[in-house]
Ligand binder design. Sequence first.
Ligand SMILES: C[S@@+](CC[C@H](N)C(=O)[O-])C[C@H]1O[C@@H](n2cnc3c(N)ncnc32)[C@H](O)[C@@H]1O
Length: 250
Amino acid sequence: MKEIYTQLYPNEQVARAVGDYAFTHSTPLPKHLVEHHAWGVRNSVRPDYMISPLQAGFQLWFAKAMGVKRILEIGTYIGFSTMGWAEAVGPQGYVTGLEVSAEYAKVAQESFAKYGITNVELIIGDAQTSIKNLAIAGTEPYDLIFIDADKKSYPAYLSLILKYSQSNSNSPRLLRPGGIIVADNTLRRGLVADSSLANPWHEKQNQEINWRPGDMEGLDTFNKNLVNNSRLATFLMPMFDGIGMARLVD
Ligand SMILES: C[S@@+](CC[C@H](N)C(=O)[O-])C[C@H]1O[C@@H](n2cnc3c(N)ncnc32)[C@H](O)[C@@H]1O
C-alpha cells in the first residue's frame, strides 16, 4: 500500500540528488530567468527570499498549462518570481506585483527594463492597502493570485481576496470564478506541521529562517482557513517549502 508520506526525501543527500535530477529533467527556464536568479544570489540582500529555479519552473509550467493570463503577485522582492509569471502569461497577459519596499521594487523594475519585460506593473506599498485599492478601482479579475509576502498576514490576504471576489455582488471581482490562489512557504520547513525537536529546523529556525513573531501561527491559520472554506477547493502540496493551492469554486 502506498502511504501519503513522500518517500523521495529520506535524507539530505537523496533530497539533493532528487532535486537536481528533477531540475535537469524539466524543461529549462528561459535564459533571462536563470541570469536574474544568479544575479540575485550574488548581489541581492536576501537571496533566500526568491523561490528556487525548480519552483519557478513548476509555476511557469502550471500557469501555462492553466492558460492563465492575469496574475496578481503579493510580495515581489527583486522580481524573480514575477518574471516567471510574466513569461507564463505572455506578451498579451498581465502581471501586477505588490511590494512594500521601494528599494526592492526599484531593483525589480530595473531588471524588467533590462530584459525588455513590459507586461508587469509594480505597486509599491503595503499589500493589504494595495489589494483594497485595486478592488475599489474595479480592476479586471485575476486568473491567479500568488501570495509570497509577510507570513503572518496570509490570513488577512485571503480574507481580502475572498471579500473582493463575491459571486453575489455587483462589484467587480478580484479573482475570477475558478481562479486560483497559490501561496508559498505554507509548511515552512515542515515546522507548521511539526515544530517539535524531532524537526531539525526547530533549532535552526531563528538563525537561518529569520522567523518573525506570528509567522507560524499565520501560516497555520491560513492553511486551516483555506481547507475549511466551502468556497474553495484546496490542495496543500508538500513540495518545496509547502505550496498551498486553492481554486475559487463559486
Ligand atoms: C519572500 S519575498 C518575495 C520573493 C519573490 N516572490 C520571489 O520569489 O522572487 C517577500 C517580499 O514581500 C515583501 N513584503 C513583506 N511585507 C509586505 C507587505 N505588507 N506588503 C507588500 N510586500 C511585503 C518583502 O519586502 C519581500 O520583498
